[in-house]
Design a protein around this ligand. Structure first.
Ligand code: L3W
Length: 431
């Protein structure tokens, strides 16, 4: 299962964020090759590789690019590439390490994607709190410009391209692509109605492709290695390498690169097993917005199709692991607090629903909860799921509904005990 590292191959090497060190390890060779191809051939290559968006939804990247490239009459400057580097999904920590260790792989992927979709400018929208990443990526963009990989007539190809780094202000909703675009335009970040999709009506209402950091960082490797090489990693439907972030009750938390479709059993082996020698109780396959799994799903391949078939999603590949001593109700309470705090307030189901989640979880944890509360949580979830304006509302229902599905007895124990039966037990920070 472990593969020769691809996305993380420069991690741990000598200052890989410096352009001269990046170049020594094939850096910008993908761009040089891409500029000898036609934009349409590049899109065809990414389509053939079946690269799927790493931001959560797994939408086919080549298809997304082709939507934006299609209106050929649209002048070059009237299309944009926007990078979603707002990594905010609870448990997710892979875009920041990628940008800190190897910012040029993303920058190179951005320039190639601009060439492919005939855009002349890209914006990198980075989570505002991540000042270190903003500085590192800004430096990488400046180095790339100084070396002639950005600016006018890139490497004598006649292709012009610029990248602007933009700092967000730390709102989870701005990880939703249309809220991100509003925020980038200088407005309050709130989701727009879809359709129309950003592919036709994106930044400043122009055709725009919004891609995640890991998606774009994969592109130079596909250009250099070819689609057949890429498809050899992982399952046919969602191939390629993936950085899984493991956190919680695991001996060595951190980022683990493995082919798409790796199972939790295999990831646990890489990470040294459970941290306290206790039994696995529940875990998230792709952040708190993806329905949780239990020990029964240890062997589910973590890819975009198999995770859905098993009742969840691959999401952001953020695997948070909890053991038998962790209280599931308390974990879901913490996540619900997060969603209520981060709800942008635009739509009633999410704004009001997450508010009521918080009130009910407070009763269940601290006393005063009733059996009806458990049913009300399900009823509320039913009224949020599919009725909220964006995926944030749907995501908030995932931990609630899945935890009641697997651990109803534990909810009832909270009612009988008039509060958390685990009170006093240590809980994981952040969950
Ligand atoms: C053109 C069509 N484009 C879809 C595009 C669309 C987008 C992409 C996927 O949510 C998930 C969510 C979170 N013509 C199109 C089209 N597109 N149909 O394809 O779209 P969609 O709507 O399936 O997903 P999404 O709204 O992008 C992403 C989950 O990821 N997630 C969230 C993570 C949070 C972050 C963060 O904080 N930065 O990433 C974690 O699991 O719940 O389900 O580009 O335009 N006909």
């Amino acid at each position: 299962m472990p593969l020769a590292p691809v996305l993380t191959k420069r991690f741990g090497t000598d200052q890989p964020w410096k352009i001269e060190n990046y170049e020594r390890l094939d850096g910008y060779a993908g761009l040089r090759k891409a500029l000898t191809m036609t934009p349409d051939d590049l899109i065809g290559l990414v389509k053939d590789a079946n690269l799927r968006g790493r931001g959560g939804a797994g939408f086919p990247t080549g298809m997304k690019w082709s939507f934006v490239a299609e209106p050929k009459g649209v002048p070059r400057g009237d299309r944009y590439v926007v990078v979603n580097a707002d990594e905010g999904e609870p448990g997710t920590c892979r875009d920041m390490p990628l940008m800190m260790n190897d910012p040029h792989s993303m920058v190179e992927g951005i320039i190639i994607s601009c060439f492919a979709i005939r855009a002349a400018r890209a914006f990198i929208y980075i989570r505002g709190e991540a000042v270190h990443a903003i500085r590192r990526v800004t430096a990488a963009v400046e180095q790339a410009r100084a070396r002639g990989y950005l600016g006018t007539d890139i490497l004598g190809s006649g292709f012009d391209c610029e990248i602007t780094v933009h700092a967000g202000a730390g709102a989870y909703i701005c990880g939703e692509e249309t809220a991100l675009l509003d925020s980038l335009e200088g407005r309050r970040g709130q989701p727009r109605l879809k359709p129309p999709f950003p592919a036709t009506n994106g930044l400043y209402q122009k055709p725009t492709t919004v891609n995640n950091v890991g998606t774009l960082a994969s592109v130079p490797y596909i250009v250099l290695g070819g689609s057949d090489w890429f498809k050899k990693m992982g399952p046919e439907g969602s191939p390629g390498p993936c950085i899984y972030s493991l956190s919680g009750r695991v001996k060595n938390p951190g980022q683990y690169e493995a082919p798409m479709g790796t199972t939790l059993r295999e990831l646990l082996e890489l990470a040294g097993g459970m941290s306290r020698g206790k039994e696995l109780k529940f875990w998230t396959p792709g952040g708190s917005s993806t329905p949780m799994f239990t020990a029964e799903q240890l062997d589910i391949p973590l890819d975009f199709d198999a995770a859905v078939k098993a009742g969840s999603m691959n999401g952001t590949s953020a695997v948070m692991i909890f053991d038998e001593d962790d209280c599931v109700v308390r974990a879901v309470q913490k996540w619900s607090d997060f969603y209520a705090h981060e709800s942008c307030g635009k739509c009633t189901p999410c704004r009001e629903g997450t508010y009521w989640y918080v009130a009910i979880f407070d009763r269940l944890e601290h006393g005063g909860g009733t059996i009806e509360d458990v049913e009300t949580l399900l009823d509320l979830s039913d009224n949020i799921l599919g009725r909220a304006f964006c995926a944030l509302g749907d995501g908030a229902t995932s931990p609630v509904m899945s935890s009641i599905k697997y651990f109803r007895e534990e909810y009832l124990a909270h009612v009988e005990h008039n509060g958390c039966p685990h009170a006093g037990a240590r809980t994981l920070a952040g969950a």
